[in-house]
Design a protein around this ligand. Structure first.
Ligand SMILES: NC(=O)c1ccc[n+]([C@@H]2O[C@H](COP(=O)([O-])OP(=O)(O)OC[C@H]3O[C@@H](n4cnc5c(N)ncnc54)[C@H](O)[C@@H]3O)[C@@H](O)[C@H]2O)c1
Length: 181
């Protein structure tokens, strides 16, 4: 499948490379130009056991970019830091990523949220933005990532995943995608 991973950090980059290694065509999008340029120079942006070897195997199917493109699947892996002052997660990056996807999404495409978010974020923030341009038939699931640094690749492949989906069709499509890992 053609997959766009939005956010190439500790979660998004290993996810991109695992999917690329599984044979998918992966566009990795990040707003940080340094990250995109470093990856395009064939250098990794952080260390993680097994990531070097995976990058070598997967990079032919992986394109880092600052620019989002229409894709069959979008995976949101942007930061959601806790803001102590308001005792809430800062959802600005989620809002911006959703805006970017809304500009390119078309009917029948799949959006997966992997970021850690408070209850209600999918229903009240992300889905209304994704539908802003009149696209009605979107498949959507929240599949929060739970990998621990130092074991990220092993956990991403071997941990059970929880898929909270908009409807049974979304759940089946997302299950099929993650099964490819
Ligand atoms: N790191 C972990 O071990 C871990 C584990 C479980 C869950 N999570 C969750 O996963 C999510 C991502 O965490 P992370 O550690 O990968 O964060 P990170 O800060 O390492 O990476 C996030 C990346 O997203 C990019 N970004 C921000 N806004 C963007 C936008 N609008 N469009 C494109 N890219 C954008 C940033 O430049 C950054 O490179 C968070 O919600 C976090 O809570 C992280």
């Amino acid at each position: 499948m053609k997959i766009c991973v939005v956010g190439l950090g500790y979660i998004g980059l290993p996810t991109s490379l695992l999917l690329a290694n599984a044979g998918h065509t992966v566009l990795g999008v990040d707003i940080n130009s340094n990250i995109v340029e470093t990856l395009n120079r064939n250098q990794l942006t952080f260390k993680e056991p097994g990531l070097d070897e995976l990058f070598e195997k997967a990079k032919k199917n992986f394109q880092p970019s600052n620019i989002i493109q229409s894709s069959e699947v979008y995976i949101i892996a942007v930061p959601t830091p806790l803001e102590n002052a308001i005792k809430m997660a800062n959802l600005d990056a989620i809002r911006n990523a959703s805006d970017a996807i809304a500009r390119v999404i078309t009917e029948g495409q799949i959006v997966i949220l992997e970021s850690t978010v408070p209850p209600g974020t999918s229903e009240h923030l992300i889905l209304p933005i994704l539908r802003e341009n009149g696209v009605k038939n979107i498949y959507f699931a929240h599949c929060p990532e739970r990998a621990i640094p130092g074991k990220t690749l092993h956990e991403m492949v071997h941990n059970d995943r929880i898929i909270g989906a908009l409807n049974p069709e979304s759940a089946e499509k997302v299950k099929t995608l993650y099964s490819s890992l």
